[in-house]
Design a protein around this ligand. Structure first.
Ligand code: HEC
Length: 248
């Protein structure tokens, strides 16, 4: 038995030297899965930061709010650190390089969205400004996706914003999630014969969401959309990430 275990250990050392691609391919699949999940976590952290500053943003009595791209960056880094133990200002060596690059790009896109919204955010005399987690999330996701081979998106079965319409894969997963007990575990799957990684992180309605997405169904909310009649705990949608293995 001792000899056998030695052989196995030796093989473990030699095989990667003989077939480096085999080990790499496996690693990079795992790296990609980690990257995709970190991207969903990051977009969600950005949504949370906007949510926490919503009453400041909506304050009609205040001009300059101080909710600048730099302040947003600090808050989103803190929230991401809290959730993942990863400090993006000192990324650990274990963080895949793809994750480092893509998270930096998503941070940049998010800051650009906050930057572009400064004029609106700093307007005095207007309460609701339509700068909310969902609009922030849709815009940051789109800006990032336009600049990258990776796609990130907020989606749901009957979207308010048609740009958030699910594709066939997303629709199937959303239907599955809607009929399952709530779970924060993301769905991670390789599709197209293993060439494309799809990740979906479900989002559920909490009490706060119902001022807009709750009852009475069909009555317009403050953002001008008909309410969905949703209830706390119901599936709101998902943050979806798509990474092709061969960047086009
Ligand atoms: C102030 C009203 C308001 C509140 C509160 C609100 N939403 Fe929304 N939600 C919207 C609007 C407006 C959109 C469309 C955003 C856009 O244009 O992309 C939206 C879109 C979404 C989407 C993307 C899919 C779609 O329909 O386009 C999800 C998912 C979502 N909301 C979930 C939530 C969750 C979860 C909460 C609570 C944490 C929440 N919303 C709170 C107004 C609101």
């Amino acid at each position: 038995m001792i000899v056998l275990s030695k052989v196995v250990r030796l093989l473990g050392l030699i095989l990667p030297l003989l077939f480096p691609q085999a080990g790499l391919a496996q690693d990079s699949h795992k790296d990609m899965e980690q990257t995709a999940q970190l991207l969903t976590t990051f977009l969600n952290a950005g949504r949370l930061v906007v949510d926490r500053n919503q009453s400041l943003i909506n304050d009609p009595g205040k001009g300059e709010k101080g909710f600048t791209p730099e302040v947003f960056e600090r808050l989103v880094r803190d929230e991401f650190l809290e959730q993942t133990r990863i400090d993006l200002s000192q990324p650990p060596a274990s963080l895949p390089s793809s994750a480092q690059a893509l998270l930096a790009a998503l941070l940049l896109a998010s800051k650009d969205v906050v930057g572009d919204a400064q004029f609106v955010i700093n307007q005095r005399g207007i309460g609701y400004k339509n700068f909310i987690p969902a609009t922030f999330g849709s815009q940051a996701a789109r800006k990032f996706s336009n600049r990258s081979h990776v796609t990130i998106k907020q989606t749901t079965l009957n979207p308010r914003n048609l740009k958030n319409t699910p594709d066939a894969y997303e629709e199937t997963v959303l239907e599955r999630l809607a009929n399952q007990p709530a779970s924060t575990t993301p769905i991670v799957e390789w599709v197209d014969g293993g060439r494309v990684l799809r990740t979906m992180m479900p989002i559920y309605y909490s009490e706060d969401c119902l001022t807009c997405h709750g009852s009475p169904k069909g009555i317009l909310d403050m953002s001008g959309y008909p309410r969905e009649g949703a209830q706390t705990g119901e599936l709101a949608g998902a943050i979806s990430v798509q990474i092709p293995m061969d960047p086009q």
